[in-house]
Design a binder for this molecule. Structure first.
Ligand SMILES: *[C@@H]1O[C@H](CO)[C@@H](O)[C@H](O)[C@H]1NC(C)=O
Ligand SMILES: *[C@@H]1O[C@H](CO)[C@@H](O)[C@H](O)[C@H]1NC(C)=O
Ligand SMILES: *[C@@H]1O[C@H](CO)[C@@H](O)[C@H](O)[C@H]1NC(C)=O
Length: 246
């Protein structure tokens, strides 16, 4: 599997709220030395945590066409199929916006679906999420990483319907859950919109010292997509012409 061009932007939520003091003073270090998305680990708050996102066709994430396995599982033979992988290392319990630049990578030419994954013996993987086909491209996602005593238990895509794009003629609502742009309007198809993918992360559950992760709670309160407008370096890109909806 090749690596796609990936960039991670970290947003320090706590810096903006009044409890900021403690987070600035307690700038603790990473203690997680596992850097492969296909290895097991347990984490504490402030650790980095490595996970991957694989792009491929929906069926290539299933073994015997009905059992969804982790992309790390060799029985899927994803590495020999038409797939790509991105690896990220966000900080645990820190709200992050990951971006995958699609200027030279068209998700629809790699099967159009993505799965987030981490771990091997304790493998966790998200359900496949539709990203793009030749007609539609979805660019905004929220991924929840759920931990229990510091071990990743579950990865899932959080959707809140199409309220964010209702009434915007640039978007189509797919399956009552995803706001999609016409693929033909994407820059990598000679259109005018940068259809780079934005994946907002949220952490929930407990770390290995049973400290509670709060970023999920914060994302819910901020409402999905509200972070996009705060990333000034993404202006004219992720949200592009549609920035008013965020
Ligand atoms: C693209 O995906 C949409 C939504 O799932 C579907 O309705 C449409 O038929 C697909 N188009 C192609 C060309 O596969
Ligand atoms: C985009 O335009 C270039 C130059 O005109 C052309 O070679 C290329 O095939 C076009 N790509 C698509 C996806 O239409
Ligand atoms: C993606 O890369 C292109 C070319 O380097 C750049 O012009 C564009 O702004 C990037 N988009 C994002 C969202 O970073």
């Amino acid at each position: 599997m090749e690596k796609v061009m990936a960039k991670m932007v970290v947003y320090h939520l706590l810096m903006l709220v009044t409890v900021a003091m403690t987070s600035i003073l307690v700038e603790s270090a990473n203690t997680n030395n596992v850097y492969s998305p296909c290895s097991d680990t347990t984490v504490q708050l402030s650790d980095g945590f490595t996970f991957g996102i694989a792009f491929a066709s929906r069926q290539s994430f299933f073994y015997n066409s009905n059992q969804q396995l982790s992309p790390c599982d060799r029985r899927l033979s994803l590495s020999s199929s038409n797939s790509q992988i991105s690896v990220f290392r966000p900080k645990v319990d820190e709200i992050s916006l990951l971006t995958i630049n699609t200027s030279s990578f068209s998700p629809d030419s790699y099967g159009g679906y993505m799965v987030a994954f981490a771990g091997r013996k304790y493998a966790a993987r998200s359900p496949p999420a539709f990203v793009a086909n030749s007609t539609y491209t979805v660019t905004s996602f929220t991924l929840v990483l759920e931990f229990k005593k510091g071990r990743l238990q579950n990865l899932y895509w959080k959707r809140d319907g199409c309220a964010k794009c209702a009434g915007n003629s640039g978007f189509v609502c797919l399956n009552n859950q995803d706001c999609a742009i016409k693929t033909s309007s994407c820059k990598n198809q000679n259109g005018s919109v940068d259809c780079s993918l934005g994946i907002q992360l949220a952490f929930s559950g407990t770390d290995k010292h049973l400290s509670v992760m709060n970023s999920w709670y914060e994302v819910e309160n901020l409402r999905q997509y509200s972070l996009y407008g705060l990333y000034s370096n993404l202006k004219n890109s992720l949200t592009g012409e549609y920035s008013k909806i965020f």
